[in-house]
Design a binder for this molecule. Structure first.
Ligand code: CP
Length: 305
């Protein structure tokens, strides 16, 4: 593959190969000397049109650990603010001959469009409510390292599924790897027509978490709600917020995940987020490893790579 635009289009073997490579990168990242040379002489541009803490910083660290020159485009102070379009911005950056562009954009499909306009490899770091492939890969790596497998596990994805690219990429990846995926959400936070995809859906946390090995919580994405349906925080937490009581509905050895950023007291309580069953910090560590694996895999397809 020349780009990584989504989990859709990756085979189970592609996914497994990336996770195996990421396992090796975890070891690299835990050494005192973390620097590899796979991307030496290469230029990586991070182009983030939406805010990010984890994804942007881990792509920067991942690129640097592989020896790339990494440039973070400061979109907020760029000529995007003077009306330059996504495509003109991409063409401008393309003329500087980068090898890899990592893009986050608020519009679904924007990263695919950009990939058609540039000569270099493009990585999707989140496009609207469409896909966030490296998040799904890092979640899969975290699950595999803690449970020893993905196949046969029951994973409950809970919360604002309607607006979540994380949920979408995870649904595709986890199903491809043989997990039993369930969706737990109020009806108005489920995408219309979701039933066609065949995932069991629940509106009740007790039923939805019963027998779950993994409880994956999602942030309520109020910035994508356009005022249509904004639930009250208090009511949402009461019915859908993961606290110790609701977590007890899942298997006793269930593990808790959240892609971040978390809103404590909205979709998850602090004691669960910081508790013994939480993998949230480990997900962040795996994020660097997965992004190193993705960049290294793409490097082998770069000209003269
Ligand atoms: N999980 C995730 O994508 O976090 P950021 O928005 O902070 O990158």
């Amino acid at each position: 593959h020349r780009h990584l635009l989504g989990i859709e289009g990756l085979s189970p073997l592609d996914i497994q190969a990336l996770l195996d490579l990421a396992d090796q990168q975890v070891e690299v990242s835990r050494q005192i000397e973390k620097r590899k040379t796979t991307l030496r002489g290469r230029t990586q541009i991070n182009l983030f049109f939406e805010p990010s803490t984890r994804t942007q910083s881990s792509f920067e660290i991942a690129g640097k650990r592989l020896g790339a020159d990494v440039m973070n485009m400061a979109v907020a102070s760029s000529s995007v603010k003077k009306g330059e379009t996504l495509i003109d911005t991409a063409a401008t950056l393309n003329a500087m001959r980068p090898d890899i562009i990592v893009v986050r954009h608020h519009a679904a499909g924007a990263v695919h469009l950009l990939a058609q306009k540039v000569d270099c490899a493009v990585v999707n770091a989140g496009d609207g409510a469409h896909e966030h492939p490296t998040q799904a890969l890092l979640d899969a790596l975290t699950i595999r390292r803690n449970k020893g497998r993905i196949e046969g596990l029951t994973v409950a994805i809970c919360g604002d599924i309607l607006h979540s690219r994380v949920a979408r990429s995870n649904m595709i990846l986890l199903a491809a790897m043989g997990a039993q995926v369930r969706l737990v959400a109020p009806t108005n936070l489920l995408p219309p027509g979701i039933a066609r995809l065949g995932f069991p859906t629940f509106t009740d946390m007790r039923k939805g978490l019963e027998g779950a090995d993994i409880v994956m919580m999602l942030r309520l994405q109020r910035e994508r709600m356009n005022g249509s349906f904004v639930p009250s925080v208090k009511e949402y937490f009461r019915f859908y917020g993961l606290d110790q009581e609701k977590l007890s509905y899942a298997k006793p050895d269930a593990l808790v995940m959240h892609p971040g950023p978390m809103n404590r007291g909205v979709e998850i309580s602090s004691d669960v987020a910081d508790g013994a069953q939480s993998l949230i910090r480990e997900q962040v560590e795996m994020g660097v490893a997965v992004r190193m694996a993705v960049l290294e895999a793409l490097a082998s397809h770069l000209p003269n790579g």
